[in-house]
Design a protein around this ligand. Structure first.
Ligand code: SF4
Ligand code: SF4
Length: 355
């Protein structure tokens, strides 16, 4: 996509040939859309089989393809259609059929490569098979997004530091992490009070202007639009991620959040539950460890009994008794309970963004 979109900016009429269909293209859909906007032509189910010089131009022989059964990558394999050859002419042909790591520098250092041709490292420390040589980034993962390379760079730096200090080489410690789960497994009930707001379209320069400039296509949000976009956030992240005692101790003692057997199904986890009904307080009991500190704070400091421990044994939960929601109680949002919670089981809601 970078090649065809840059070719258009260089004044060319660019055509992208692809041997599968649009559905199978590994390119980001938004990039394909933008390329179409900018006038790039796409010829799907087409593959070049020959390139020849033809006077001052190039003659490409193409063949049409049809999709067969899915291959190892899960995408349907393209097969040539007999007798479908045709030719087109072009002034330049750019082969853009993937990226690979140049093996020579790794070979010179005697580093082992994987079957995919990237440098083999320990997944936790990023140390290669040669002690004291570390590798991260695309040469270790293959072509990937920049943010992954940056993250792995930080992890590698931790391991390099351990190596240089002659400490045990363990890399960045793996912290206990408890997640709500993928969005499609979380009950919609949790977000039933959230207002559905459509995404705001990112403003962009005109199609004509794109053809004469290398400027960023997207111009960014004005502050009011950025604020409106931020307000769509469901705040599903953890408010105590840096200061959670549950995380600290679970990491220290190697805790596993899966149940270990009856009376609850083994290997199952406690379902994520939350109560976002109160204007000032949110209860995320999926992160609660039943310490009852909030129950006591409400009773002893505030003199109310808004919260309680409900049920027994593994089924015990810190909840508003009798199945009520927090908004239906005497809770005035004083926040006493939130100040003693060692996890993010109960927290004050963040203030709305300033206008
Ligand atoms: S915010 Fe105050 S009143 Fe509400 S549950 Fe917590 S301690 Fe009780
Ligand atoms: S203080 Fe936090 S962790 Fe303890 S019972 Fe209350 S919500 Fe759960």
């Amino acid at each position: 996509m970078d090649c065809v979109r840059s070719a258009v900016r260089g004044g060319s009429k660019a055509t992208c040939l692809y041997r599968r269909g649009r559905e199978e293209m590994p390119a980001n859909d938004i990039e394909i859309e933008e390329a179409l906007h900018e006038g790039v032509r796409f010829e799907y189910l087409t593959t070049p089989v020959r390139i020849e010089k033809d006077g001052g131009t190039l003659k490409l022989t193409l063949v049409k393809m049809e999709l067969g059964e899915p291959d190892a990558s899960g995408r349907r394999s393209p097969k040539p259609i007999a007798g479908s050859e045709y030719s087109v002419s072009a002034t330049a042909v750019i082969g853009a059929i993937g990226q690979r790591v140049l093996p020579e520098p790794a070979n010179e250092l005697g580093l082992e490569l994987t079957r995919n041709g990237v440098i083999l490292t320990d997944p936790q420390t990023f140390q290669t098979k040669r002690a004291g040589i570390f590798a991260c980034g695309d040469c270790q993962t293959g072509a990937d997004i920049a943010v992954r390379a940056v993250g792995n760079g930080r992890r590698t730096a931790v391991a390099v530091d351990q190596y240089l200090r002659d400490e045990e080489l363990i890399g960045e410690p793996v912290l206990f992490n408890s997640r709500m789960g993928p969005l499609d497994t979380v009950s919609e009930e949790l977000f039933k009070d959230a207002k559905r707001q459509e995404r705001i379209t990112m403003p962009a320069i005109s199609d004509n202007e794109r053809l004469t400039t290398e400027k960023e296509v997207e111009t960014g949000f004005v502050p009011a639009a950025a604020r409106k976009e931020a307000e769509r956030c469901l705040e599903c992240g953890c408010d105590a991620v840096k200061a959670c005692k549950l995380r600290e101790y679970a990491t220290k003692y190697g805790a596993d959040q899966n149940y270990f057997g009856p009376p609850v199904e083994a290997d199952s986890q406690r379902a994520y539950q939350a109560d976002y009904t109160h204007p000032k307080i949110k209860m995320q009991t999926g992160k609660c460890i039943n310490c009852a500190a909030c129950v006591r704070a409400c009773a002893e400091v505030k003199g109310l009994n808004v919260l309680g421990l409900v049920n027994r044994g593994f089924a015990t939960r810190m909840l508003v008794p009798f199945g009520e929601s927090l908004a239906g109680t005497q809770c005035d949002g004083c926040g006493e309970c939130t100040r003693v919670c060692p996890t993010a089981g109960i927290r004050e809601k963040k203030s709305p963004l300033p206008a």
